[in-house]
Ligand binder design. Structure first.
Ligand code: PHE
Length: 495
């Protein structure tokens, strides 16, 4: 039995944009752009889009299209001995989904608070002391915070509610309505922000290029890392969504639309963020450089401060903003959740209903470690583990498997037969077979270095625990006997 298909190709494009546009675009990107040379960052960013994102995305979607199955099932068809790898990626993406749900929980709380500015006059103390009761070590892990837990579980409930329905009634419908809405609301927020007095101050700071940084390895790493995370590349989400497409899909044009929408969204969001910071700088007399801060503080401290200054307008803008973050986050979380979910459905012949319920229960329970005082601290470590170490390495393996074992050449005629304006040729093969694997290895060593640099006994212990969770669950999934008769039978669509 093959998996369900999208109602239309547009549904696929919208769902994929929903996956790509997420916390990475709103929570992470403005800060990454600012701290990596401002305007100068656009050079490594564009290089990353051209050399990595476009060619790799076409490869990943193309192979997903071909197998029309879960990532794991495709790996078995490609190299039966590598089943364990076919589970490692979905499991690691699930670990990411679990910590993603934490930020969603925080955002849910702020969405409610924003209707009455419940964070009070000092949003910083409110966030760190009153709400998160944050500790920067493991010691806080026994201090459970029910309020945060409830909001995180609401997120899991929403994911279950949408995912357990059939593909088109659930995911497809939600993305069709909410993804366009996301763009409209973000647009309104940005236009308003640009009209604020002082907006130009923020934009000047943002775009004031620090060209000298171009010689630093870090800014290149940051650009490649950002593009990966932001486009949901290599994490099985694109693979899975592309596997649900119809035979007549034009992958190259759809892929380019998705990349364009995602990159446009994050850059437009950055304009909004910095205009608002400029306004705040003008009001408070503090330079923008002192206000701009990392994701969490930016969204949950700087923004509430601005909404406080804005008076009544803040009561409209605040809920709109936190609502946008919520929608962006949920549509991304749905896609990362889907990766392991469909693998389990395929192997154990489980209905969508059952698989999503089981995984949401497991996810919801495991996410509770983040509903403690040590939540923020643990989240930081899990994020580095997932993004810097495991994902990049498994994407490297994915690239080798798809480009060399599957043979990227097989995709060329198929892609070129549908794509009117863009044709794949030798350059694309050179990119997916040589350039990208080499780039990935370089990025991987860079990420590993960052990890070693932060080494404390405690963080090493947490990393070991995460590695064990990852390996043990992947081994269990591999060893459990398949219940589905066609687990070893996968039909290919491309000769
Ligand atoms: N692209 C999402 C974001 O920008 C994150 C994500 C990565 C979602 C991988 C699914 C899979 O927030």
């Amino acid at each position: 039995m093959s998996n369900e298909k999208w109602g239309s190709n547009i549904a696929f494009v919208l769902a994929m944009i929903g996956s790509a546009v997420g916390l990475g675009n709103i929570w992470r990107y403005p800060y990454v752009l600012y701290s990596n040379g401002g305007g100068a960052f656009y050079i490594p960013y564009l290089v990353a889009v051209l050399t990595l994102a476009i060619p790799f995305l076409i490869l990943e979607y193309g192979v997903g299209y071909n197998y029309q199955s879960s990532f794991t099932k495709a790996i078995i068809k490609l190299k039966p001995k590598l089943e364990i790898y076919g589970w490692i990626l979905p499991v690691v993406v699930f670990i990411m989904t679990v910590y993603y749900s934490t930020i969603m929980g925080w955002d849910g709380i702020y969405l409610v608070l924003s209707f009455f500015k419940g964070w009070g006059a000092d949003p910083n103390t409110f966030l760190n002391v009153n709400l998160l009761q944050a500790t920067d070590s493991l010691s806080g892990v026994f201090n459970f915070i029910p309020f945060i837990a409830i909001f995180m579980l609401v997120g899991w409930f929403i994911v279950w509610f949408i995912s357990h329905k059939s593909l088109n009634e659930g995911l497809g419908r939600v993305c069709k309505i909410f993804v366009p809405l996301l763009f409209v609301v973000m647009f309104v927020i940005v236009i308003f922000s640009l009209t604020l007095p002082g907006a130009l101050i923020g934009l000047t700071v943002l775009f004031n290029p620090n060209w000298s940084l171009l010689w630093h390895f870090d800014i290149w790493m940051a650009a490649f890392g950002q593009i990966f995370f932001s486009l949901s590349l290599g994490m099985g989400a694109g693979f899975t969504y592309a596997s649900y497409t119809h035979d007549d899909i034009d992958i190259v044009s759809s892929g380019l639309k998705i990349i364009f929408a995602n990159c446009a969204f994050e850059n437009i969001a950055a304009l909004g963020v910095f205009s608002i910071l400029g306004y705040m700088s003008l009001q408070s007399g503090t330079p923008v450089s002192e206000i701009v801060s990392q994701g969490t503080t930016l969204i949950f401290v700087a923004y509430p401060q601005v909404f406080n200054i804005l008076g009544t307008i803040g009561l409209v803008l605040g809920p709109l903003f936190f609502f946008t973050v919520y929608i962006a986050g949920i549509t991304s979380m749905l896609s990362s959740f889907e990766v392991l979910s469909i693998s389990i459905q395929n192997k154990f012949a489980l209905s969508r209903d059952k698989a999503t319920l089981m995984l949401c229960v497991v996810g919801g329970i495991s996410s509770m470690v983040y509903a403690t005082s040590a939540g923020g601290y643990l989240l930081g470590i899990a994020d580095i583990f997932v993004n810097n170490v495991v994902v990049i390495f498994s994407v490297f393996i994915e690239c080798i498997l798809f480009a060399w074992i599957f043979k990227a050449e097989r995709l060329i005629d198929f892609m070129n037969g549908r794509s009117k304006n863009f044709k794949l040729g030798r350059l694309w093969l050179l990119q997916v077979k040589y350039i990208i694997p080499i780039l990935l290895i370089v990025i991987w060593f860079g990420g590993l270095y960052e990890l070693i640099a932060m080494k404390t006994t405690e963080s090493v212990m947490i990393l070991i625990v995460l590695t064990l969770i990852l390996i043990i669950s992947s081994v269990i999934f591999t060893l459990l006997p398949a219940k589905s008769e066609d687990w070893f039978k996968t039909e290919e669509r491309i000769d």
